[in-house]
Design a protein around this ligand. Structure first.
Ligand code: PSU
Ligand code: MN
Length: 304
């Protein structure tokens, strides 16, 4: 594994000392937010995790290695680079062998985190079953990864660019717990609520750590979605954001956007149509997830 994994000094030290570590993805940096807000947000998210007493590990593919933790210079270079490939499970072999820059999605970050022995991962939103998937079969590889890779994922639910009902059905089929953090319903990223009730609600980091440990102790492979609603003051008006998502979906269809380009196109379009308000909400919710995620990582580290 040493041939492929490369730890930052900070993460290596954390591993040696047995400190709690939080994995962070890099597609949100390269494809989810524009420069320079992407790099600034990534730094602030890392600092929130440090201030809570955990250690951040931003994950990316650089020069034939899976980097577990990026230096300041690497983060700056990465956030400003034009030629970064969105990396999911299928892409690892090719991108490592060809030494290209790769931004890890939720699926890829989970794979890398498990290889590095990290149990908790913080992001903004997960991929899911897209609207119209009955025709397109566009289902994010994130869901399959949640089914089989042992990493808990803290997010703000899934965006209503997706079919939330089908996403929950898919996760149920695959045996992935979807946990409302302080909520009974699935949060929809920009908004605190959706129409979908969840089967599990927890109200503390300890509860998450205990349920994950019990699951993994039993040898039940897979992760969990820990869905933490966007803070009240940062949430968007549901009718406003949903109208914009409808418009963006139509534009994606008219432009023939397919495959891995769908989600980045939608994020960019929504940002444009909300005049940047969606980006502000996105940044706020990731930071909020970092706070909770660090606490869960600490609890998980204590019940190992
Ligand atoms: N949702 C967001 N922001 C993101 C993504 C999803 O709100 O940046 C990224 C994540 O990296 C996620 C990926 O894993 O998009 C899903 O892409 P796809 O739908 O192509 O599987
Ligand atoms: Mn897809």
């Amino acid at each position: 594994m040493e041939k492929y994994l490369s730890y930052s000094k900070e993460v290596l030290e954390a591993k040696e000392k047995g400190l709690p570590i939080v994995a962070l993805e890099s597609t949100i940096i390269s494809h989810g937010m524009p420069y320079p807000q992407n790099v600034q947000t990534a730094r602030e998210v890392e600092d929130i995790i440090r201030s809570k007493g955990a250690v951040p590990a931003t994950i990316a593919l650089i020069d034939g290695k899976i980097k577990i933790g990026l230096s300041d210079e690497e983060l700056e270079m990465f956030g400003n680079a034009q030629d970064v490939a969105k990396t999911s499970r299928r892409d690892f072999g090719y991108l490592l062998a060809s030494k290209k820059l790769g931004a890890t999605t939720v699926a890829a970050t989970m794979i890398a985190a498990e290889l590095a022995g990290i149990e908790l991962f913080v992001t903004g939103g997960i991929g899911g079953v897209h609207r119209g998937a009955e025709q397109t079969m566009d289902i994010s590889a994130d869901l399959e990864e949640l089914a089989g890779t042992n990493v808990a994922v803290v997010c703000a639910g899934a965006k209503s660019i997706l079919d939330l009902g089908l996403t929950l059905e898919y996760l149920e089929t695959k045996g992935v717990p979807v946990v409302g953090y302080g909520t009974d319903v699935l949060p929809a990223f920009y908004t605190r609520e959706s129409d979908f009730r969840l089967n599990i609600r927890v109200d503390s980091p300890q509860e998450v750590a205990d349920m994950m440990r019990a699951k993994w102790d039993l040898g039940l492979r897979g992760g969990a979605v820990i869905a933490n609603p966007i803070p009240e003051e940062d949430a968007m008006e549901a009718s406003f954001i949903n109208g914009i998502i409808e418009t963006a979906l139509k534009e994606a269809e008219q432009n023939g956007i397919k495959g891995k380009d769908v989600t980045p196109f939608m994020l960019g379009k929504v940002k444009e149509l909300t005049e940047g308000k969606s980006l502000e909400a996105n940044i706020a919710l990731v930071k909020n997830n970092a706070r909770i995620g660090a606490e869960i990582a600490i609890a998980l580290n204590q019940n190992k």
